[in-house]
Structure formats: C-alpha cells, structure tokens
Design a protein around this ligand. Structure first.
Ligand code: FUB
Ligand code: ZN
Length: 648
C-alpha cells in the first residue's frame, strides 16, 4: 500500500470499533437471518417491499446449488453481502482478524460457487431464469450488484492478498465485457443504477487491464444516448419480475435523459447521480480528461450550490428518492438517503484528485459529520435510511406522505442498502484524510492519526495529534524521509473564523489558495505544524430562494450542524424561537450521547392563549431556554420531535 493511515482519534475509534465489534457481526447475522429482529419497511403503501427476512446468504446457497429454494428479496439483495464483505476488507486492513477472515473466505467460496461458469454473477437470475439475464436492465440491478462485488473483491484482495476473490471479480468483469460494448452483437446499454462503473475502474486500478477502463467509459458515455433503452427491453421481456414498471419512470430518474456531456443539473435518483459522478470523476482523474472534469464540476456545483441540505443530505423527495429542482429543500418530507450522502463523499474524494480546492473537502466533511453519521445509532445496531431535518413523530405515523420519515432508527430495513454502506464508509475513512498527488499532498480531514505515505514520489510520515472534532488545535508532524522537498497543502475549513499557523513554533502566513495553505518540507526534514482554529457557534441562513427556510436559522459549530430535540426542550420544538439577541453558549458534555458538545441559547416559546384553531389574538411569547445537540446524535433517546432549522 502506498499510503497507510492508522486512525487513532477517540471520536472515530469509537465508531470504527463499533463497526468491527457490533455492526459487522450484527449484519452477518441479519444476512443469515439469525439476528432475531423485525425488519421494517422503508415506507407504508408499497406492498412490494420485501421485509420478512434478508435471505441474502440463502440466495447464494441456492444459486450455488447447496440448498433448494427460491430467491427472496430485492433484485439487488446480493449487494448487501458484497458491501458487508467490503467493510470486512477495510476492517481487517486495519486489524487482522482470523475468525472474521475465515467467514469472509467462506463467503467468497460461496460467491464463487454461485458464479456461472462464464463469469456471470447474480443470484436473482441464476435462481429464477438465467436465460433472461441482461434483458431487463432498468430494474434488474445485475451490473449494480456485480459492481459492488468487484469493489468488495478489490478491497479484500488489497487487504489480505486473497487471489481467489480477485479472480472471481475478473471473471465477472470479463463476462460483462463479453456482453456489453459498442461492437456488433453486444448489448448497447447499461444498468438502471450506476455502480458497475465504479467497480470496473477500481478493478482497472489494481489490474491495469485497459479493457476494464474502456468498459467503464463505455457505460458512462453511452448513458442517455438512447433514452428508450430500458423501455425497449421491458417491452419484450418475459423473465422474472425485476422491478417491472420501473422503466416507466422518467428518463431523468436513471440519468438517462441526455448524454452525460449535456447534463448540467443533478436529476433523478440521488444515489445513482452521485455514484455516476464518482465514476466520471475517477475516469476524468485517471485519464486526465478535461471534458469529463467539466461535467463533474457542473454537476458538483449544481448539487452543492442549489440542491444540497445544510447537513450534506441530498434528494428532496421520496418520489423516486430524487433531486427535484434548484432550491427545493423541504425539511420534513425530503429523502436525504444515507447512501446518497455517502455517495457525495465518494464524489468529493475523486474531485480532490483533480483539483486542490477545499470546497470538496468541506462538503465531504459536512456530509460525513452530519447526514452520513446520522444514518447510524450510537449503538451501531439501528439505522436510518432517510435523514430528515425536521420530524414530528406523530405526523410520521399518521400522515402517509411522511411514512418514510422515521423518528427512530429501525434495526434493519427491507431495502438494506444504507447500513452496509455506512459500514464500508466508516471502516475506510482512512482513505479520505489525504489526497496524495505526485506533486503535492493535501491534508483534507483533521483526524488524530499516523500516516505512512510511501510510493515512487513520496517517502514520508505524517502524524496528526488532535482532539478534533471537539477541539480547535491540530498538531501535524511531517517527517520527510526523501531527498526531495514535499509540498503539503493544509485545508482551512470553511467553518473556521480564522486560523493561526505555526511551524516549529514560528508563526507563518496563513493565506490560502482555494482553501489550502501550502508549506514546503525539505528532504530529510521533520517539522511540526500547529493549527489553532477559531471556532465559533455560527448562525446559518439559507438563500431566500429556499422557501422552507425563510425566517429560520440553523446552528453550527465546527463541522457539526446542530438540532433541537424534544427531550432537551420540554417536548415541543416547533414553537421555539431564537431572537436577534439570543446568546449562545457551548458546553462540552461527557454525560450525554456518548460525549458531545451541546449548545444552549436564550430564546422564546410561542404559545396560543386559547384553543381556537384561528383567532384574532396574538400568541403569547414566553422566554425559553433552547438546548441543541449535534445533528448526527439525534434520535438516540427515544421518539422525539426534532428540528434543524429553527424559527427566528
Ligand atoms: O436501488 C438500490 C438501492 O436501493 C439504491 O441505491 C437506494 O436508493 C435504494 O433505492
Ligand atoms: Zn441506502
């Protein structure tokens, strides 16, 4: 490994240990239907949601011929197993675990047995009708699942040296290559859900086999060139029900409305968009393609400047789990799927390979510390799919348009894409701290850690000592063991009011270029860079085009966005108000929510003085104390009202 980062941060070690000791074993039990839990439907009113069991491992056993039975679950049920395997890979990369590796190796054997002799891999069609494969790509998720497998395989191979898993992945990619592409006789199409493109590029990076890169490029550039592709396939399809009817969704749902070169706005299903963008950005960075970079920048700007929540969440509507239009950011009906925030983090990471611009790392950090982390309970065993910015638990129960907006995290969901996505994100967080380029190294995330960066261009160690995100000081010790000078770019976060920087005790210029302050570390030198951020409690106002946030304010400190929860605020938070003169105080608080910083403010409560629905009497305004907790930690103390955007 060219770069190895050991995370030593208390904040992140707790999460990473939780994933290793609770989440991965728990998910294994779920995948094997041995967790003894109730699986919830994502929302009411959709009878087609399979939620009696996971059956994911059983599907593989049936496809492998080890047991008899039929397929159960979504067409993409296999991906739950692959994401689990990927999380295992990163977890054992951090700390070898023979018992867990044995389970993973056995799972790989099972997957290999389920693979068709020609490399095709998908239990849904292997069980229900292999002759129908690749014929219903709008909803079948075959390539999506194989993409997840390939990602897991590359990660597991890199972590353990396991060759078998990489062989299965190559066979799988070769089968896709045999079946798709511009040549006559091949399918001129792509999957309804982007993901295979990410997997193929990862496989290319490890094997250097150009066919995989070309195939990823084909899928990306073919998309949107013939929007009727899914409909045409569906019209003649006679195989098992692979989300029948999905082809009638608007072309935008699949990012199939125009070639990617003509896509200026983020349209349709949010996870698909950011997975597509991640792959385009990886391809652009890998091939140094300027046109692809411009596509990425247009989509990035549209998402982050017009369609993203202050928590880093994306997807404004449950209808198609999708983007809607610029500035349409409702707080209590939105989607903000955990996977979408994670996908945005993937996209940001790829953008940093091309542009040393801190906006990417700022957004990565925002999505990570807020929307993504909120997807998981502090116990590591309960998960949100949807991450609202405002909840009234009764409305979620009684208003069918809000049934997807849950007030407490279920143990597991019928559509289980988010929990294993969180597991793989948290276990691979070490990959997001630095961007190692041939000319410079960017320090993107402040996380207590030890990094060894050793490749053809670099030979150095970087140690970060910090109690961030709760503290304002970071000591960075850079030991350059090479002869050449290293250029280190240090990110100045957008939430910092200012920063003092010293190098070996001497104050230095803190002017930044696109959000990074650069310093040279001479060959053979060891320097200590100390950053002291001025972090204040901030009031954020949304653009006035966001009608839902007019007259409201959101509170943040450092990377965290805060929220009000009923449990801290006499039950009801919708009647609370901040004023222009509200004074805020920050309190480190070890006693709640696993140790967080809370914020209090003096404000007001608005109360009607009669019980009429409408009245000519103005409500009474009473003084009130407001208490805020970090958004990521909400919904860990039972069912509660919650609000990010507070009346003011
Ligand atoms: O379609 C597979 C996954 O299920 C998507 O990424 C999620 O949004 C959920 O729809
Ligand atoms: Zn998800």
């Amino acid at each position: 490994m060219a770069t190895r980062v050991e995370i030593t941060s208390d904040f992140w070690k707790r999460y990473r240990n939780l994933v290793r000791t609770e989440m991965i074993p728990f998910q294994w039990n779920v995948l094997n239907d041995q967790a003894g839990i109730t699986i919830e439907k994502e929302r009411i009113g959709d009878e087609g949601i399979p939620s009696e069991k996971s059956h994911a491992i059983e599907n593989f056993k049936i496809a492998a011929g080890r047991t008899k039975g039929t397929h159960y679950g979504w067409t993409f049920q296999d991906s739950d197993v692959y994401k689990w395997l990927e999380a295992v890979a990163y977890s054992v990369r951090e700390k070898r675990d023979p018992a867990l590796e044995k389970k993973a190796n056995e799972t790989i054997e099972l997957i290999a047995e389920a693979q068709e002799p020609d490399g095709y891999l998908d239990t849904f069609y292997s069980i229900l009708g292999i002759e129908y494969r690749y014929q219903s790509l709008g909803g079948s998720h075959e390539l999506y699942c194989m993409g997840h497998f390939i990602e897991a395989a590359v990660a597991y191979h890199e972590a353990t040296g396991n060759e078998k898993v990489l062989d299965v992945a190559k066979k799988c990619a070769d089968n896709i290559d045999d079946n798709f592409g511009p040549e006559d006789g091949k399918i001129h199409g792509y999957d309804g859900h982007e993901e295979i493109e990410i997997g193929l590029l990862r496989l290319y990076h490890v094997t250097k086999e150009d066919r995989y890169l070309q195939l990823a490029k084909y899928f990306l550039t073919e998309r949107g060139k013939h929007p009727n592709f899914f409909k045409e396939q569906a019209a003649v399809y006679q195989g098992p029900n692979a989300l029948a009817g999905i082809e009638k969704a608007p072309d935008k749902y699949f990012q199939n409305h125009a070639p990617i070169s003509e896509q200026d706005t983020a349209e349709g299903h949010a996870v698909r968009v950011v997975y597509m963008c991640t792959a385009i950005a990886d391809l652009a960075a890998t091939t140094k393609d300027e046109e692809l970079l411009q596509i990425c920048k247009r989509l990035w700007n549209n998402i982050t400047q017009k369609r993203m929540y202050i928590t880093g969440g994306i997807g404004s509507t449950v209808n198609g789990e999708a983007f809607t239009l610029d500035y349409d950011l409702p707080n209590d009906t939105m989607y903000c799927e955990t996977c979408a925030a994670i996908g945005l983090i993937f996209f940001a990471r790829q953008m940093l390979r091309m542009e040393a611009d801190s906006q990417y790392a700022d957004t990565m950090e925002k999505a990570l510390y807020n929307c993504a982390l909120a997807g998981m309970a502090l116990d590591g065993k309960h998960f949100f799919y949807v991450n609202p910015l405002e909840v009234n638990p009764l409305k979620s129960k009684l208003d069918p348009t809000k049934s997807h907006v849950k007030a407490v995290r279920p143990s597991w969901l019928g559509c289980a894409c988010c929990p294993p996505n969180l597991a793989r994100m948290i276990t691979s967080l070490d990959d997001y701290i630095y961007t190692v380029g041939s000319e410079k190294i960017l320090l993107n995330n402040y996380i207590d850690s030890l990094a060894a960066i050793q490749d053809d261009n670099h030979h150095l160690e970087i140690t970060q000592k910090t109690a961030f995100p709760w503290d304002d000081t970071v000591s960075i010790i850079v030991k350059n063991q090479a002869l050449k000078t290293e250029i280190i770019g240090i990110r100045i976060p957008s939430w910092a009011e200012s920063v003092d920087i010293t190098i070996d005790g001497n104050k230095v210029d803190n002017s930044a270029q696109k959000g990074y302050v650069y310093t040279n570390v001479a060959g053979g030198a060891k320097v200590e860079i100390v950053l002291k951020f001025k972090i204040e409690i901030r009031k954020y106002y949304a653009n006035s085009m966001v009608s839902e946030d007019i007259g409201k304010v959101a509170i943040g400190r450092g990377p965290f966005i805060y929220c009000l929860e009923g449990v801290d605020n006499d039950g009801t938070v919708s009647t609370l108000k901040l004023t222009e003169n509200s004074k805020f105080e920050y309190h480190p608080n070890e006693d709640i929510l696993g140790g967080v910083g809370t914020i209090t403010a003096d404000g007001q409560r608005v109360e009607s003085n009669n019980n009429q629905l409408y009245s000519t009497t103005k409500p009474v305004i009473k003084p009130a104390k407001l208490k805020f907790v970090p958004y990521y930690a909400w919904a860990n103390r039972g069912e509660n009202e919650m609000r990010v955007w507070v009346n003011c």
